[in-house]
Design a protein around this ligand. Structure first.
Ligand SMILES: [Zn+2]
Length: 407
């Protein structure tokens, strides 16, 4: 077998469902699906297990809602060499909040020595608490806190604004900011699937990192905050290559879930994932008893495989996907490589399959154009560029000479 494995499974269920849905309700590719998805903490997403059980007795039960976690403001920007002004970061978050996205990764409480770009995350969190950006759906803001020091910084700020955010025990209000609703907050930790990446990225072994995360997760849960845990390099490591052991990923994910993490985001940090290996990984996790609704996929488009892998994950029953507006981001160990799959691409792809992201594609395309210009990078979203190009052709009076909206 080649290093890519053999592709034996085509997403038949997904294609069948897509055709079925198209007959029932035509799919709009212009961001017409703006239904608010009711909230992230619900466990109502379809899973492979409930699809299996219903298939034998009745029509397959199919939930077409997909949650997109926007990681642009943190994962997308953190490796930018040039310091990005606080005002630009806040404007990015405020613009994203208006698109229908439910979760935005907004910053990181990490050492400014290691990640200087995240140095003003406290100011960002404070701004979000004091002036929650208007949004069409209730929003969750995620902040990375890889150790108790980072968590303490977040907590000291939260203690100054105890009534400015939602906690899990209080029950999530469906109100949005305009109606006096408050954002929810989530704390995120990140482990790695290989020892080499863990040593290089976290300066410690996988086991040591998990021991550290235990305190962070338990303290965050004690404060009634949701916790997300990333596992990096699950489908390829810059130091160990393609052969990342899916059983090791399953074991790390299980440990993190047992510690109290609410969701595991599986990161294909290098973009080395392929369709067959994505399937193999997810099958291994299912066999280990990990539920699809506890998983998110975090694909990078380095080798152009992100949407193929997304289709495989969707077919497997995953309904949460991370992406970054304008394809912001990269891997510091692969200079010049493209980064996170673009939010515009994922939204368009999901809509083409009859899935409902609740995200306004036009607005996200505008943001991708704007932020990549702001930070002097190329817009890495093929869909974003196509949407803007089509608009230029259709309504030349509404755009400037570069296809940007006249606002
Ligand atoms: Zn990423």
């Amino acid at each position: 077998m080649s290093r890519f494995g053999s592709l034996q499974v085509l997403p038949r269920q997904l294609l069948r469902t897509s055709v079925h849905r198209r007959a029932a309700a035509p799919v709009s590719l212009q961001g017409a699906h703006r239904t608010a998805i009711n909230n992230s903490s619900s466990r109502s997403y379809a899973t492979s297990s409930n699809q299996r059980s219903s298939e034998s007795t009745q029509q397959p039960k199919f939930d077409n809602r997909v949650k997109i976690v926007e990681v642009g403001p943190r994962d997308g920007l953190q490796n930018e060499k040039k310091s990005i002004p606080l005002a630009t970061k806040i404007e990015l978050i405020e613009r994203l909040a208006k698109t229908g996205l439910q979760t935005i990764e907004a910053g990181a409480f990490v050492s400014p020595k290691w990640v200087p770009q995240m140095a003003n995350s406290s100011e960002i969190l404070e701004h979000l608490l004091k002036t929650p950006p208007p949004s069409p759906v209730p929003l969750t803001y995620s902040f990375l806190a890889p150790n108790t020091k980072g968590l303490d910084s977040a907590f000291s700020l939260l203690s100054q604004y105890p009534k400015a955010f939602e906690t899990e025990t209080a029950g999530r209000s469906s109100k949005v900011a305009q109606e006096g609703g408050k954002p929810a907050l989530e704390i995120a930790v990140f482990a790695a699937a290989t020892e080499s990446f863990s040593q290089k990225n976290l300066n410690c072994s996988i086991d040591t990192s998990l021991t550290r995360f235990k305190d962070v997760i338990q303290q965050a849960k004690a404060a009634n905050l949701r916790v997300r845990a990333y596992i990096s390099v699950v489908l390829g490591c810059p130091f160990e290559g393609y052969d990342v052991d899916p059983h090791r990923v399953a074991s790390i994910a299980t440990t993190l879930l047992e510690m109290g993490a609410d969701e595991i985001s599986l990161g294909d940090t290098t973009g080395m994932g392929t369709a067959p290996r994505t399937k193999e990984l997810l099958s291994c996790l299912s066999s280990a008893g990990i539920r699809n609704e506890d998983l998110a996929m975090h694909f990078h488009d380095t080798y152009g495989q992100a949407l193929v892998n997304t289709a495989v994950a969707l077919e497997h029953g995953i309904r949460t996907f991370d992406s970054s507006v304008g394809g912001l981001g990269g891997c510091p160990y692969s200079p010049g490589a493209t980064g996170n799959v673009a939010t515009e691409n994922v939204v368009y792809f999901m809509e083409s399959l009859g899935m409902d992201t609740g995200v306004d594609l036009d607005r996200v395309a505008d943001i991708g154009h704007w932020i990549t210009r702001e930070i002097g990078k190329a817009n890495d979203s093929a869909v974003g560029k196509a949407v803007l190009g089509a608009r230029t052709r259709e309504r030349p009076e509404d755009v400037d000479d570069k296809g940007a909206p006249l606002t």
